[in-house]
Every structure is written in C-alpha cells, then in structure tokens.
Design a protein. Structure first.
Length: 336
C-alpha cells in the first residue's frame, strides 16, 4: 500500500515531528511512504528513514493531477487540504485522512482557533478526521462538517536523558521549558509567582522568545526566579526539577507534558486543549484554569514540596502515548 503524507514544511515544531514519526513508523511496518513538503523542507527532514521518499512540490494543478496514492494523510492547512480533497474526489486516492494538530476552543465563548468556514466545510470530504483527544473530537464534530472522527493522540519516541534525575536538598525547583511567547502564559504565571511569595522554591525558566526582555524587566523584583536561557538539554532540565509548569493560555497537545512524564517529573498545567485529558488521574499532577488567580493557589500548595522520580508517570506515557501506539492507531485507520 502506498501512503502519501503531506506537510507544509519540516521546520521545528510538534506537528512536523509527528509527521516524521508517522512516516518512519508506517515505512517500518512495510508501507511505501512518500512525504510531500508543500512549502519547504527544513531541519526535521534529517530524522527521516532512508526508505521514506522525501519530495518538495508546490500544490499546483500539475501536482494535483499527477499525485496518486492508496491513502493520503494531510494536516488541515489550506494547502494540505487542497491536495487531500482533490486527490480523494478525483479518485487518485482511495482514502483521505485529515489530521488536525491545531489548538481548539475548550471553554464556552472562546472565539480563537475556530476553523474558518471554508476549511470546516472541506473536512466533510475526508474519510476520517483525526483528533488529538476526546474534547478535540467533540469540537470537530460540533463545528465542522466532519462525518467520521477518530481520536489518535500524538506519540512520543523513546527519550534519552543526558543527566539522570537527582533530588538534592535545598529549594524546590519549578521549571518552565519553552518559547517565551504570549501563548505560553509565562507573564500571568510570573504575576502569580510574585503574589504567591513562594519562599521555599525557585522558578527556573529555560527558553527564549520575543517576550523575554519585557518579562525580565517587569518581574525583576520577583523572588527566587532564575532565567536560564535556551538549553540544549531540555529533558535534563526537566528531569532535575521537582515540577514542570505549563501555564499556556491555549494549546492543542503540548508534547513537553509527555516528555516531563516520561522522565518522571510531575506536571502542573493550565487546563487547555487536551491537557486535562493528558493529566487527569495522574499522581502529583494538576491542571487548573489558565490565568493568575488559579496559579497563585497551586503554587502555594506546592511550595516547598520535593519529588523524586515518579515511575508511574513514565509507565503511563510508555503505555498510552508511545510513537508505536500512535502508528498502530493510524494503521488501523488506513487498513479499514
């Protein structure tokens, strides 16, 4: 069976990493796999298996006429959906699977991240629309023309930690790891940290971004905040911490949560996107409404609490969110 997987680019990103994992996984299971980049290739192409055929073509009429595959798997960007819908309706693909990795409204009244009307209609032509969580699936069924929605969570490859987990005496360590942008919610979190007056803990911020300077200036007086800058070893930074904080204002399926669980570090996060489903029922983890007030209480409740390696968290990720599990779920969709 030939499978065509599309992406706009193979730049650094969570959805792009999932495309590489999926292409490699299907190839290793005996599928003939082409990965078609519609805008550019990028550094993540280096992770592709040699047997995956990597191509770059713009979604022109010529491409749409010539492309053929048994199954085409696309994202839900305009360029990718143009390829998937055209191939499916022209008979050049037996099945079209549209996989959404977009953030989605998860509370009443939210307007951001809704699908534009034309894309919402186009999803009605897909044989299967893949959602990242049950909540995501309900949103797709409610707000688009999708007729058949399957939930397939993102997969995490085996992680390698350069610095093993060591719990030391001293202050409890909270870690933020990520791009410092509005989406990641570090500003409201720092306001909560400052007001909580966490005296037995330190917040270590690993990352950089457009808001770094303004947040450093705005919270220069906040106690026990350490700006570590970008790191080449995010897993090691998480593993050396007691808690990972993910105070995002919106998300789809933040992979940093899975990475933290895989190294046995509990997660405190905003309940946005799929986060609630990712953390519910896990020991020592918590998800709260985004924003300052809920975080003040959460920080105070965990101030001074130390943790060690949590084997149950790592086992949970390996069992439910492995890359192999994700690929097996896609295989079931392709072969039905």
């Amino acid at each position: 069976m030939k499978v065509l997987v599309t992406t706009n680019t193979l730049g650094i990103g969570g959805a792009e990493r999932q495309r590489v994992l999926l292409a490699n996984g299907l190839f290793r299971q005996g599928f003939a796999v082409d990965l078609l980049c519609l805008q550019g290739i990028g550094p993540m192409s280096s992770g592709l298996d040699a047997g995956v055929v990597l191509r770059r073509q713009r979604p022109t009429v010529t491409v749409l006429i010539e492309e053929r595959a048994d199954v085409v798997i696309t994202g839900v960007t305009r360029t990718e959906m143009l390829v998937g819908m055209t191939m499916r309706r022209s008979g050049r693909a037996r099945k079209w699977v549209a996989a959404s990795h977009h953030a989605f409204p998860d509370r009443p009244g939210q307007r951001h991240h809704r699908y534009p009307r034309d894309l919402a209609r186009c999803l009605g032509f897909a044989d299967v629309v893949v959602a990242l969580s049950e909540g995501h699936g309900r949103h797709l069924m409610r707000s688009t023309a999708a007729k058949n929605v399957a939930v397939v969570a993102n997969g995490l490859p085996s992680v390698a930690i350069s610095n093993p987990r060591v719990v030391e005496s001293g202050l409890t360590e909270f870690a933020f790891v990520g791009r410092i942008t509005e989406q990641k919610g570090l500003g409201p979190f720092l306001a909560a940290w400052e007001e909580s007056q966490a005296g037995s803990s330190v917040l270590k911020i690993y990352g950089d971004g457009p808001l770094t300077g303004s947040l450093q200036d705005g919270f220069a007086a906040a106690r026990n905040v350490s700006w570590e800058g970008a790191t080449n070893d995010p897993l090691g930074a998480i593993a050396r911490s007691d808690w990972l904080v993910v105070p995002s204002l919106w998300e789809a399926f933040p992979m940093v949560i899975l990475e933290s669980l895989a190294v046995g570090t509990p997660v405190l996060a905003s309940r946005v996107g799929a986060v609630g489903e990712m953390l519910d029922g896990l020991p020592m983890c918590a998800a709260v409404e985004p924003g300052r007030s809920a975080w003040i209480d959460l920080i105070r409740r965990h101030d001074g609490k130390r943790t060690g390696f949590q084997d149950e968290l790592a086992s949970h990720v390996n069992r439910r969110y492995s890359a192999e599990t994700m690929v097996s779920s896609y295989m079931a969709l392709l072969e039905n």
